[in-house]
Design a protein. Structure first.
Length: 446
């Protein structure tokens, strides 16, 4: 449904723009030459296209540059109501201003009057049509018949200098609804359909639910048993299973300049260490050590929507659904001289979840962006199956069980246990993966 919505919206966002303008001139035109024009803009020039022009110019020279420039057809400057020749627009940008926006349209220097003699100064081989459009779609403009251009570092084409005063345009007005994404061309960001790879990683803070309480209580119950035996506690360090690290890779496909869909994979790891040092005689220390460990992997689908903040900075929000799988392990070891025990649990489960967040992104260049991301997630995983092993030495009481992982509720010490058969009054363990993550990374644009 999300993909279908994106594809349907892309038709609106990519609709062409049309403007009407009249030439304000006292020069007498020959043969009823048109002084009214219709300007159609089919698309705007992307930073990637400007980057390719730079590369062609430096590697192959001016002639190849001009061929590549002429191959970028962005619209038509069309005389109406009189004689004249259509002029193809080869580069187009829309730049936001306080009163609206400024539209710059570039083409090789030429005239819509094919019969008029024309002297071209090769220092100024281009023509610029400049429109100043207000918020209500009306404004004025200029035609610079002979200009030189420059390719700006931020990924736009600009005017460098011009040979003669410009011709004035008046009565400029929009003939079609303006595109919601105009003005993005000046930001140095990709403006069309394309792929990018997002690599991220950072800290994750979550509530493991049953697993946090169960693993912590397993340690606390043993520690209380040791204290109840009259043994002296020398040191105690306890941690909860509530934070970890995650990494992810997302392939993003931009169906419009503002909307993208993504497919991603990721992995996370969290562990805690609980240690109790105690003794019966001061000269001989014993210890109880517990290490719960949680590893997760996920595959998820998402949709993103870009909001622009400036020339090089953008912000986008995203959300989606994912399939999560978790691998839980607990290792608990008790050492008391010649006596001790080793207890371990291992179980795997999976479930679906949803995620969403916001990303602040800074363009390092036209191909790479640096970002910081805040993300939230809600997922509940169940159906954990695995094994549980207890080894006591010396003596008897050791066992190994395989089955489902259950949560044994208790006011003081709820526990996790692998049971071969379900018992009355118990429920299967649920891993709560609600979290808040702070990530950073790079996005590579192709």
């Amino acid at each position: 449904m999300a993909v279908a919505a994106c594809l349907g919206l892309s038709t609106l966002l990519l609709a062409e723009e049309k403007f009407e303008a009249r030439l304000l001139t006292e020069i007498e035109t020959s043969g009823g030459l048109a002084t009214k024009f219709e300007i159609t803009i089919e698309s705007y020039t992307s930073a990637e296209e400007v980057s390719r022009l730079k590369e062609v110019f430096h590697k192959e020279g001016y002639e190849s540059f001009m061929s590549a420039f002429r191959a970028m057809n962005k619209g038509i400057f069309k005389p109406i109501g009189g004689l004249g020749v259509n002029i193809v627009i080869h580069a187009a940008h829309s730049i936001p201003t306080d009163k609206g926006r400024k539209i710059l349209l570039f083409t090789p220097s030429q005239s819509w009057d094919a019969a008029a003699p024309r002297i071209i100064d090769w220092r100024f081989p281009f023509m610029l049509i400049e429109l100043d459009i207000g918020h209500k779609g009306k404004g004025k403009g200029k035609i610079y018949e002979q200009v030189s251009i420059k390719l700006n570092p931020e990924g736009t084409v600009g005017i460098d200098s011009y040979n003669s005063p410009p011709l004035a345009l008046w009565g400029v007005r929009a003939l079609a609804e303006t595109k919601p994404d105009v003005g993005e061309e000046d930001t140095g960001k990709f403006r069309g359909i394309g792929l990018s790879l997002k690599l991220s990683g950072g800290g994750s803070f979550f509530d493991c639910g049953d697993f946090k309480r169960g693993s912590q209580s397993e340690f606390e119950a043993r520690a209380e048993d040791i204290a109840a035996q009259g043994l002296t506690i020398d040191d105690k360090r306890a941690q909860s299973l509530s934070s970890g690290l995650e990494i992810a890779a997302d392939l993003i496909y931009k169906v419009t300049p503002r909307i993208g869909v993504s497919l991603g994979v990721g992995a996370g790891r969290a562990n805690a260490e609980n240690l109790l040092v105690f003794y019966e005689n001061p000269g001989m220390l014993f210890n109880l050590n517990s290490i719960p460990n949680l590893q997760t992997i996920h595959v998820r689908l998402g949709i993103s929507y870009w909001l622009l903040l400036g020339r090089l900075v953008s912000f986008y929000i995203h959300g989606g659904v994912g399939l999560y799988q978790a691998d839980y392990k607990l290792s608990l070891n008790l050492f008391m001289g010649n006596e001790g025990e080793d207890f371990s649990q291992s179980a795997k489960g999976q479930g679906f979840g949803v995620h969403g967040g916001g990303v602040l992104e800074l363009d390092l260049n036209t191909k790479v962006s640096l970002f910081i991301e805040a993300q939230g997630r809600y997922a509940r995983l169940n159906g954990f199956d695995g094994s549980e092993v207890l080894e006591i030495y010396p003596g008897a009481g050791s066992y190994k069980r395989e089955g489902a992982l259950y949560y044994l509720e208790s006011e003081q010490h709820p526990r996790l246990a692998i049971l071969e058969n379900e018992l009355a009054g118990v429920r299967k363990a649920v891993l709560d993966l609600r979290n808040l993550s702070i990530w950073a990374g790079l996005r590579f644009k192709f």
